[in-house]
Design a protein around this ligand. Structure first.
Ligand SMILES: [Zn+2]
Length: 339
């Protein structure tokens, strides 16, 4: 199901991929940094178009998206490769894998139409692209998104936002939710943790998704010891969310669990997460959540106006939703919940 890719410019030796700011110069027979866009016969191809490595049904809260269709489940699709390539990735078996040398052909195929039929069959409310950064299979994401929207189902994009403006403008009109991974406040943290040297395009993409394309945006910061757990970093991230996306934007501070190249680190201590959450609230964010800590009290949505628990979450997803048309069912406060 190889498909010729969009966002390529011919060069003397092959093709320059302009999908993301890496702008890889890819030679004949090779792949880009993401390992899933390659040049074959002088053409840039998406080697993973319609080739998911992961097809599961997840609670939307797992993404995490807490203010977006709470209590529903989404068809969750991931594939090989990634353009961010975090050193502590929990899905490194797929995200750091190459689609070259026949690896993609071993994956099952799933057309956009089949994906919609699967969602309908299992009574899922939408689709989420997750587990690896969905930027890398933008053409497939686009076609699946169009099909889901046409079927009256939602679309959720789980990303670090390292994408060219042109590609974002191609995808985002078809996306309902955009979950942005704010990995660190600046270039130092991003380049230590990922293959992104300059995160400015990521910041721009998140803001543009919200302001130009009207996507529902939530932000996650995985708090990693030594990377972004110091007070100035936490405050800088919280203030960035407040100033660029607004104080009603849900901010999830999640627990880092050692994996892959960062297996030598310890899991984030829970008091560190609680301090980060408190700093977020102090910065003026109205919906701050502690994630990756089973049973933690900060997983519920508390109405900032009346103090009632508006969304009560169990271990897996929302169990009680006291929200009507996005507002607190008790006092009518706008909780910015998409339903
Ligand atoms: Zn209320």
């Amino acid at each position: 199901m190889n498909r010729s890719a969009l966002f390529g410019e011919p060069t003397e030796r092959g093709v320059r991929c302009t999908l993301c700011p890496h702008r890889c110069d890819i030679a004949e027979g090779r792949e880009g940094t993401c390992r899933v866009r390659g040049v074959r016969g002088g053409q840039l191809l998406s080697l993973v178009y319609g080739r998911p490595a992961t097809v599961v049904s997840d609670e939307i809260e797992k993404k995490p998206l807490y203010h977006f269709h709470p209590g529903t489940r989404a068809l969750s699709l991931g594939t090989l490769g990634c353009n961010v390539l975090c050193s502590g990735c929990q899905n490194w078996q797929i995200s750091h894998a190459s689609a070259g040398r026949g690896a993609a052909e071993k994956l099952p195929t799933l057309t956009p139409k089949e994906a919609v039929a699967m969602a309908r069959r299992h009574k899922l409310a939408g689709v989420a692209w997750t587990y690896n950064d969905p930027v890398v299979w933008a053409e497939y994401v686009h076609d699946v998104a169009v099909a889901f929207r046409a079927a009256g189902l939602y679309t959720a994009f789980i990303t670090a936002g390292y994408i060219s403006r042109e590609a974002l403008d191609y995808l985002a009109p078809h996306l309902d939710a955009f979950k942005f991974d704010l990995k660190a406040p600046g270039a130092k943290g991003w380049s230590w943790f990922t293959k992104v040297k300059d995160p400015e395009p990521c910041f721009e993409a998140a803001v543009r998704a919200k302001t130009i394309h009207g996507c529902h945006v939530e932000v996650v910061s995985n708090i990693v010891p030594g990377l972004n757990d110091d007070e100035p970093s936490v405050i800088a991230m919280a203030e960035w969310v407040r100033d660029h996306l607004g104080p009603n934007t849900p901010w999830h501070v999640t627990r880092f669990l050692p994996d892959f190249e960062l297996s030598y680190l310890k899991a984030t201590p829970i008091p560190t997460l609680e301090r980060a959450a408190a700093l977020g609230r102090k910065a003026g964010l109205r919906f701050v959540y502690v994630g990756n800590v089973p049973g933690h009290a900060s997983r519920h949505t508390v109405c900032p106006a009346c103090g009632r628990t508006a969304i009560h979450r169990g271990e897996r997803g929302a169990e009680e939703v006291w929200v009507k048309a996005g507002r607190c069912a008790v006092c009518g406060e706008d909780l910015q919940v998409v339903q």
